[in-house]
Design a protein around this ligand. Structure first.
Ligand code: SAM
Ligand code: SF4
Ligand code: FES
Length: 335
C-alpha cells in the first residue's frame, strides 16, 4: 500500500472528513482491501454487528419516466407491466411482518395509478401493523410528500443517481438534477429519514464526479446511502460501459462509511447480482442493511430493472430465511 493511502485511511478513520482529491486517491486504490478493512472497523465501532432487514415490495413496474439505464423505462415495450392492488400490497406487508421484518419498503416506477388517496390508504393501513415504512416511488411534489408523511410514512428512498449535471440530463430525459435535489431537500424538510445514493459505472461517469457525489450525500446529510453498480440492460438505449463496477461500488460504499460512520448502508441487490457473494462482501466492507425481496414470486421477473437480478424464482419466505443464514454465517445478527 502507498504511504499516502495509509495516511488517508488513518485520517478518515479519525476525522471522518476528506477532500474531493483525497476521496479520489481512495477510489483509485489498486488493492482496496485495506480500505474495506478500515470501513469494516468503523462500522464495528459505530454500529456494532447488527444488520437491519428491510422487506422490499416492488408493487408496480409501470413508469412514466424514461431513464436510459432502466429496464422499466416507459419506452421499453418488451416489459409485461403489472400493478398490485392496494389490498394485496397490505396483505404482502402483513406477510412480511409475520416473517419478522420490522421495516417495509414500498418501491415502484412513477405510476400515477396510485393517487395520493390510494397511497395514503396503503400507508395508514401498513402503519397499523406497527412497523416502519419506507417509500421509494420517485419524484413527487412537496404536497404529495407531505401527504404521505402525514399518512405515516417514516423514510423515503430516492437516489440522486449522479450529481454530474451533463450525465444526469443525458440519462434522465425530461428530468433535472435540480428537481431531484429539490425532492431530497423537501423530503428532509418534512422530517423523513432520507435514503439516497448513486449508480456506479454509468457510461462516461468519472471518479472525479463520484467523489463529488460522495460529498453531496455527506452535505445533506443522508441517513442512508445505497450504491448500485450499473448493470447494462439490452432493452435500453444506453451504451454498455466497461469496467468492474462491483469493486467500484464496494469502494464507494467503504468511503461513505468512513465519512459518515453512523448512517445506514445497504448491501445492495445489484451488488449480489454481479457477485454471488456480493452482499456478504458488502457487509464486511461497511454495510449494515440488507433489503430482501418480499414481492410475490409471480411478479418478480417483470421488475427487471437490469438482467440477472437475484431471487427471481424465490418466495418472500425463502428469501427471508436465506438471508438470515447468510448473515449468521458471518457471525452478524439480525436486529
Ligand atoms: N422509480 C423510483 C426511482 O427511480 O427513484 C424507484 C425505483 S428505481 C427502479 C430504483 C433504482 O434502480 C434507481 O434509483 C436506480 O439507481 C436503479 N437502477 C435502474 N436501472 C439500473 C441499472 N441498469 N443498473 C443498476 N441500477 C439501476
Ligand atoms: Fe422509472 Fe425509476 Fe426506472 Fe427511472 S429508474 S425509469 S424513474 S423506475
Ligand atoms: Fe433471495 Fe437468497 S435472498 S434467495
Amino acid at each position: 500500500m502507498e504511504k499516502d493511502e495509509i495516511l488517508l485511511l488513518e485520517k478518515a478513520e479519525k476525522t471522518h472528513n476528506l477532500s474531493e482529491e483525497e476521496i479520489l486517491v481512495l477510489l483509485k486504490m489498486q488493492d482496496a482491501s485495506p480500505l474495506f478493512k478500515c470501513a469494516d472497523n468503523v462500522r464495528k465501532l459505530y454500529i456494532g454487528g447488527g444488520v437491519h432487514l428491510r422487506a422490499l415490495i416492488e408493487f408496480s413496474n409501470y413508469c412514466k419516466r424514461n431513464c436510459l439505464y432502466c429496464g422499466l423505462r416507459c419506452e421499453n415495450k418488451k416489459v409485461q407491466r403489472y400493478r398490485i392492488e392496494p389490498e394485496s400490497i397490505i396483505e404482502l406487508a402483513k406477510k412480511a411482518k409475520s416473517y419478522g421484518y420490522k421495516t417495509i419498503v414500498l418501491q415502484s416506477g412513477e405510476d400515477a395509478y396510485y393517487s395520493v388517496e390510494k397511497l395514503a390508504f396503503i400507508i395508514s393501513e401498513i402503519k397499523k401493523l406497527d412497523i416502519a415504512l419506507t417509500l421509494s416511488i420517485g419524484e413527487k411534489t412537496y404536497e404529495e410528500y407531505k401527504a404521505y408523511k402525514e399518512a405515516g410514512a417514516d423514510r423515503y428512498l430516492i437516489r440522486i443517481e449522479t450529481t454530474d449535471e451533463k450525465l444526469y440530463s443525458k440519462f434522465n430525459p425530461q428530468m433535472s438534477l435540480k428537481n431531484r435535489m429539490l425532492c431530497i431537500e423537501n423530503i428532509k424538510r418534512l422530517g423523513y429519514e432520507v435514503g439516497s445514493g448513486i449508480i456506479a459505472g454509468l457510461p462516461r461517469q468519472t471518479l472525479e464526479s463520484i467523489a463529488k457525489d460522495i460529498l453531496y450525500l455527506k452535505s445533506i446529510p443522508v441517513d442512508m446511502a445505497g450504491i448500485g453498480p450499473f448493470i447494462y440492460h439490452p432493452d435500453t438505449p444506453i451504451e454498455k460501459s466497461e469496467g468492474n463496477f462491483f469493486e467500484l461500488s464496494l469502494k464507494i460504499m467503504a468511503v461513505l462509511r468512513l465519512l459518515m460512520p453512523s448512517i445506514n448502508i445497504p448491501a445492495t441487490t445489484a451488488m449480489e447480482s454481479l457477485n454471488p457473494n456480493g452482499r456478504i462482501l458488502a457487509l464486511q466492507s461497511g454495510a449494515n442493511v440488507v433489503m430482501p425481496n418480499a414481492t410475490e414470486t409471480v411478479y418478480r421477473k417483470f421488475y427487471e430493472i437490469y438482467p440477472g437480478k437475484i431471487c427471481l424464482g424465490d418466495s418472500p419466505k425463502h428469501c427471508r430465511f436465506c438471508i438470515e443464514g447468510k448473515i449468521t454465517s458471518i457471525e452478524r445478527t439480525i436486529i
